[in-house]
Design a protein. Structure first.
Length: 251
């Protein structure tokens, strides 16, 4: 099959491209750097020629409310229009667990808008909603740091390794579209502050994690269970300790 991976040079994209090429498929790792731009439309029509599956892993360079909404709406519409013209048979997008109940956060509103555009397009689709990545733990700690303290919520958190995310994305890209969504998550559930504290200990980072009791995420108040699957989900196999060990091997 010919598969186009939008965002093919990113954290998840590079891994997905590797999986699919190893399985013997023709894969285009699409990004503005390779002349394929979902915002301007550059290179989209050519990339879609004879394409069977499109995997959309594009992400907004800005988290500002209006900018991120504009990004996902523009990118989604341009991409799906090109797919319709080319007769693409399957559109797969990576989304986020819990976006329906976090619509007070601009990024989650934008991801919901992206999902709605996909559902209304008429292109057969699969939406994979993922929990947050283990690779985000440092960023979560950094944005919550005040002096030598990291003030974090006690909301439930079930982070998944990027390697597991990529394996799930590749699996569903090669399967028939489900015209619905599936949820994926890591194998372990923590309070958010607990797993960040664990990460900092392993990294020999002396910052102190302080649970603040506020159910929030990136500035928005959320329910304690918003970031974890509400029902059945496919679980990755890489727990925190295995993930950390893998990070050390890459150094």
């Amino acid at each position: 099959m010919k598969i186009v991976v939008i965002g093919g040079s990113g954290l998840i994209g590079t891994k997905v491209v590797a999986h699919l090429r190893q399985a013997g498929h023709q894969v285009i790792a699409a990004s503005p750097a390779t002349g394929i731009n979902t915002i301007t439309g550059e290179g989209l029509a050519e990339a879609m020629n004879d394409t069977d599956v499109v995997v959309d892993l594009a992400n907004s360079p800005s988290w500002e409310d209006q900018a991120v909404l504009d990004f996902f709406q523009t990118s989604g519409r341009n991409l799906l229009a090109a797919e319709i013209n080319a007769g693409v048979k399957h559109h797969l997008a990576l989304s986020i667990v819990g976006i329906d109940i976090m619509q007070n956060i601009g990024y989650m509103r934008a991801k919901k808008a992206q999902e709605d555009i996909i559902k209304q397009s008429g292109v057969p689709y699969t939406i994979i909603r993922s929990t947050q990545f283990l690779e985000f733990l440092k960023g979560i700690a950094d944005q919550a740091t005040d002096g030598n303290e990291v003030h974090l919520s006690d909301v439930w958190f079930q982070p998944i390794a990027a390697d597991d995310v990529a394996a799930f994305v590749a699996k569903y890209a090669l399967a028939a579209p489900i015209n619905g969504k599936v949820e994926i998550a890591g194998p372990e559930r923590f309070a958010m502050y607990e797993v960040v504290a664990q990460y900092l200990r392993h990294a020999n980072d002396l910052r102190k994690v302080v649970p603040n009791g506020k159910p929030s995420y990136y500035g928005g108040e959320i329910s304690h269970k918003a970031l974890v699957p509400a029902g059945q989900a496919e679980l990755g196999t890489i727990n925190f300790e295995k993930w950390w060990s893998n990070q050390l091997q890459k150094v």
